[in-house]
Design a protein around this ligand. Structure first.
Ligand code: GLA
Length: 469
């Protein structure tokens, strides 16, 4: 991104230097030089860096903010409230330059999901058949399978854990199925270094007919907090009142509960108020374990890419990887597209008995890294040639893209990506195959791969940002 202040050598407002910069002619400047990050702002704000030579390094502000530099753009996102000073330097240029940037962060709420949440949910595989022994077994398996190490964190009980309300209105868990209660289960799951999620509904009953939260938002949020719950999936069945009002009532109740509880809106389609209301929101109807379902969901979720940002995620529903009705090639495509679309990676299979192929898909660290990239951009389709598609996700750093060559057709096909269509210069770029974990060398202008039917070849391409002039 060209910066007009570069040619003129003009520092940003207030000098942009904090007294630290080099000479006024070529000083590195951050524009603006003071940044107020809004309350609850999960989004990174862009600062234009002028002067000096990339790559830039950024220091200061400890854990208060998260920063990324992409070309001449510095992105700063809040993590915790406070004030601090960031220093940007270009120590690799012959005459090192510095700029400083004053940051104030008003946020009183921590960013609960700076990257897409990763975990497991009971619904896709077990439906209503949930129990304490299942959840404990899944938590054990999340650790022993290496999934915790790979980044999975939440163990989420979906519908059917609740049976009634007591005389004071407090929600009651099924005592036969959850003999230690949800609090006992939460402490078991926490003991494994994991987090526990539960499920409710904005209406009078859940989708499976259990008691819903309508009129009990504050009481339910306080109960979950007292139990040690870390995540709430909130459904949309049996509801007659205004949707936004009810979801925001639950959001406010969770915030007032005194515990950090991720709020997962499950209302089956996007609405504009959702990014200010929850950490994630379902964008589609329910997934099922079929190629048609996965393929249709990808199309619906694709159009919503601009709403995703750090702390706020489109949710195309939980994974079906390993549930048995798709091929491993299809499961790899499903997982690849979820990773590239910055979707929550919530496994939906039986972790206690999964095959080594399923485990390898869920634990593919280089693919997970695509999903968890701190820039938090949702990848987009850059070309659609019928059954042959090219998708690209801008990653943090400079000149980094992840590309999915996606074949929806019934037979294998050659699919090409050109560097220009992913915003890179045509010169040599390093290409790595993320499923094969192998470097494919430096390649000029474009790359072509044979992609199996219903498959994805997932590439990391590291080149030079295309200049916009
Ligand atoms: C809805 C949701 C599903 C699941 C069920 C539970 O259909 O979309 O993800 O939670 O309810 O009843």
């Amino acid at each position: 991104m060209p910066d007009p202040s570069r040619d003129a050598g003009t520092p940003g407002p207030d000098g942009g230097s904090g007294g630290d910069a080099g000479s006024a002619d070529d000083a590195l400047a951050a524009n603006p030089s003071r940044l107020a990050l809004p309350e609850l702002g999960g989004a990174a704000q862009g600062i234009t860096l002028g002067g000096g030579q990339p790559p830039y390094t950024v220091s200061g502000c400890g854990d208060l903010v998260r920063t990324e530099v992409s070309g001449t753009m510095l992105l700063v996102a809040p993590r915790a409230p406070g004030m601090c000073s960031l220093t940007v330097s270009d120590s690799t240029s012959p005459t090192p330059q510095k700029a400083s940037l004053e940051v104030s962060i008003a946020s009183k709420s921590p960013i609960l999901a700076p990257t897409p949440p990763m975990g497991w949910n009971s619904w896709n595989r077990f439906g209503c058949n949930v129990s304490e022994s299942l959840i404990k077994g899944i938590a054990d398996a999340m650790v022993s399978s290496g999934m915790k190490e790979a980044g999975y964190q939440y163990v989420n009980i979906d519908d059917c854990w609740q049976v009634s309300r007591d005389s004071s209105g407090t929600i009651v868990a099924d005592a036969a199925r959850f003999p230690s209660g949800i609090a006992g289960l939460a402490s078991y799951v926490h003991g494994k270094g994991l987090k526990l999620g539960v499920y409710s509904d904005r209406g009078t009953k859940t989708c499976a007919g259990r008691p819903g939260s309508e009129g009990y938002e504050a009481r339910d949020a306080a109960t979950y907090a007292a139990w040690g719950v870390d995540y709430l999936k909130h459904d949309n069945c049996n509801a007659t009142k205004d949707q936004r009002t009810q979801y925001q009532a639950m959001r406010d109740a969770l915030r007032a509960s005194g515990r950090d509880i991720v709020f997962s809106i499950c209302a089956w389609r996007f609405a504009s108020w959702m990014p200010e209301t929850g950490e994630l929101w379902r964008t589609t109807g329910d997934i099922n374990d079929s190629w048609g379902s996965v393929s249709g969901i990808i199309d619906t979720n694709a159009g919503l890419a601009s709403h995703a940002k750090p702390g706020r995620w489109n949710d195309p529903d939980m994974l079906e990887v390993g549930n048995g009705r798709m091929t491993n090639t299809e499961y790899r495509a499903h997982f690849s597209l979820w990773a590239l679309m910055a979707a929550p990676l919530i496994a939906g299979n039986d972790l206690r008995s999964m095959s080594s192929e399923t485990k390898a898909i869920l634990n593919a660290s280089e693919v997970i890294q695509v999903n968890q990239d701190l820039l938090g951009r949702q990848g987009v389709r850059v070309r659609d040639d019928g059954d042959r598609e090219v998708w690209s996700k801008v990653q943090s750093g400079v000149g980094r893209r992840v590309v999915a060559l996606f074949n929806r057709g019934a037979s294998a096909a050659d699919i090409s990506v050109s560097w220009s269509e992913i915003g890179l210069d045509a010169g040599p770029a390093a290409v790595r195959d993320l499923w094969a974990r192998s470097d494919l060398g430096r390649v000029t202008a474009k790359y072509t791969a044979k992609v199996p039917s219903h498959g994805v070849v997932l590439l990391q391409v590291t080149g030079k940002e295309k200049s916009s002039r």
